[in-house]
Design a protein around this ligand. Sequence first.
Ligand code: CUA
Length: 330
Amino acid sequence: KVALFITSGFSLSALSSCTSPQSTLAGAGLEASQVEHLFWIMLVGAVVIWFITIGLSIYATKVRPGRHSEKTGTRLIVWGGAVFPTVVLTALLVYGLALMPEFRAEADGPMIAVSGERFWFRVAYDVEGEPGVVKSLPPGGVESANEIWLPVGRRTELLLGSPDVVHSFWVPSIAGKMDMIPGRVNRLVVEPTKEGVFNGVCTEFCGDAHGQMGFRVIVVSEEAYAAYVEAQNKPADVTSGPGHDAFMQNGCDACHAVRGTEANGAVGPDLTHLGSRLTIAAGLLENTPENVAEFIRATEHVKQGVEMPSYGILPDEEIIAIAAWLEQLK
Ligand code: CUA
């Protein structure tokens, strides 16, 4: 009884998370929905088999112990122990394999490159041609970070890579997992079926901040997607002021690019339209001027293991000015 109580407690808590933006049980993409379907079939099958096995065990040991012939026992082993599992497992294997061609179908949407960095995601829209093998991102493209916009109902091709260590790309509600491996490009075709905001995570241990390496997937209509990429392609709208000056004077431009200004660093995330993003620090914090300032002031404290050093030595009014400027970049 205690075991049953604990088990049902676990099941309830697992099912209660169904509506979360990071649930595998709330399919919002073709691949995730198929996997979810397969999961439910296997779960129901497992429950039925569990009851049959336990029922037979109780029957044989408690209800009618020692009343069966050796022949009955042998028959049970052959049919229950060999024939039944072979048939069930073969059926599941065939069903699972039959799903594969659907996942492999050609893309008919845009091509987006996503590179796993330590510890964030570099995203480039409208990339063209074959990506280089060593550099994980193809040349060109409209760069952003930690946020992947996708058009609903289209099969978008994601080119996944990494410049140094292995990461893994997973959006539980939509598709994945797929490793992001240095020196090669893995292709993942995703087909989101519902509009909304979903969580993605890195699922391969990649260093100290692995646990805080996430992103958002924003699924919108095709028109909204096109408008988004066009807006991201534009240079920054505010290219002067105290925040801009403090950003340049303190060397932030050595690592970050803000298109339309002289900042063209390629080490950290492109900040050209930071103000338009939902989160900062790879999905860790809500995007507010206070959080941006806190991230600059106490980087290592906010996100342990992050590559960017803390800039707490700067006067606070400079930090606040930089945060205010970045938030203006919509
Ligand atoms: Cu990147 Cu774990």
